[in-house]
Design a protein. Sequence first.
Length: 686
Amino acid sequence: MKIIKILFILFFMGLPFQKMKAQDAWVISTKNPSASEYYGITAANGVIGIVSSPEPLKIKEVVLAGVYDMFGRGRVSNFLPSFNLLNMQLMIGEEKIDARNISNMEQSLDMRYGMFHASFDYKDELRVEYTYCALRHLPYSVLLDMKLTAKKNINLTCSNMMETPSSLRDGQQYYNEIDRPHALLQLLTSVAKSPTGNVTMAASNSFIFNEPHGSQPKVVHEMQDNNMHLAKFKRNMKAGESYTFSVVGSVISSVQYADPLNQAERLTIYAKLEGKDRLVNGHKKAWDKLWESDIEIEGDPQAQQDVRSMLYHMYAFNRENTDYSPSPMGLSGLGYNGHVFWDTELWMYPAMLLLHPEMARSMVEYRYNRLEAAKKNAFTYGYKGAMYPWESADTGVEETPVWALTGPFEHHITACVAIATWNYYLVTGDKQWLKEKGWPILQSTAEFWCSRVEKNGKGEYEIKNVVAADEWAENVDNNAFTNAAAKVNLEYATKCARLLGMAPPAEWTEIASNIPIRQLANGVTSEHDTYKGEPIKQADVNLLAFPLKVITDKNQIKKDLEYYEVRIPEKETPAMTQAVFSLLYSRLGDAKKSYHFFKDAYEPNLLPPFRVIAETKGGTNPYFITGAGGVLQTVLMGYGGLDIQSGGGITQIETTMPAHWKSLTIKGIGIDKKTYIISVPLKLGH
């Protein structure tokens, strides 16, 4: 692919974008970033997330997927912070290198391979370059590679530091040397327990030197305090000399492995003896496979970089063959306690389903594996079937803090899970999977809605006392999205039963056909029975046109759009709403309004220096992968015209895209990995 380089200056909403120029289609970079205007970017492999820092040789934090414990706010499970196992320290003589004595700091993320690069100068004495990544082919392992170039004769001390987060307890530090005939294995290891003691987490790392065995630097272990220890070596360097070495490490918990201490050391030994070159080759090969499914935009280099960043984060925060599902912040931090919401099924999953069905499967099977917990949740509230929790973690029980009414009342998530389940079958055609794992979800969620509805005197089946998809509407009756999603859930369950040769209960069709969707006096679809035109938090009614496809009349879709698009406040509302508006206007053929909402869906939310997405305009909590998922749907299903057919498979419908985009190429779609090319004037093909 041709790399397009541009200079881009953006002044928007008063944010400091002067250091946020678009470098090229694959690399996001910054020079001399300001610590006060710095929001890190994450190098991740679907299990481990490494968040960058403006400080030289440091990382902000490490996040390990799927590891929770009861601590902190809300009296519910929270993501556990992991060991910081890639922090380095360099000393020249007796002076430590830090932000005060360096210059020419450059940082970049190579999205092609999920590798973070940094470089800087220490005074006029040393040039430092380093790269780190979470190894894509080794889910619990990380790699850092460093190159040092002396400008003067110097005495160097290099320390590899292992830090235990303050939220973990009973920390123990180990240093072990295993001397084999062909290698000396030096293991810097830490182990600690979660606040309740229910989870044990361990991390280990080791230097990889390029010198032959027996000629490598002598490594010395040193304790710093109860939470930190290090391994270090010294080297005298002459002016003009370069020296390279690497650090490999692993982090794992008792959630993944019964004996995390020994397993962390085993994984580190394995990676060390694989060697840097084999590790990098395996890592790149895995990312090459992911990027067989890609989005290429010709004619708008900044949009290309932004969309690819969204796609990179989607890939970086997900992984096939796991029991994990992404939270709204993915692996970029501990936001939202790491919990799983409807964000996954409605906002992230659709793009992943088209691009990488095998990764989307992990998202759905996360819900299947917690079906019994959803059944217990329904029983607790007096309902039948399965009622999925609004916030889910490792066990699938309700994890919403009690101050939020979403836990007891935001029931539409149950339908979102069911719809995602059926769509997985439609895209993959995997009937055996549908029978074994899809049908139990569809059946149990349909049973839930049958017990949840209330029949009125007009023969309608109402759903009362819910929190709407617009979460500012609490304890309302007949919310448009909830009712429509329940209707679709019942219809899909009916189709599934017949496909598998079973007779669905007649009440499924009876109820689905008579769940009310109300209208206001002006003909606009009403958000709920008592809606009077007040501001809304996020898209609700407009979701009935997409993805639910309950409203298909173009005049009605346009009427609903024009009514609700002006009722979203500028601030304190999440990013994904404008993406739905953009997608729908694209399908209606209004390229101008579609592009307006495409830009509005994420640009006001960008934070320096890497254009990471915050949840809200002016927010400071990146990376909001929910919002990225919404924009990716706009590109794929709006501008790209891709659509999941009701009878199965993926088709392409007439749509429109921004006039200045010369072409849009979407690669690797579905199980047969088709390529779709859309050009202006609009021409569909594959």
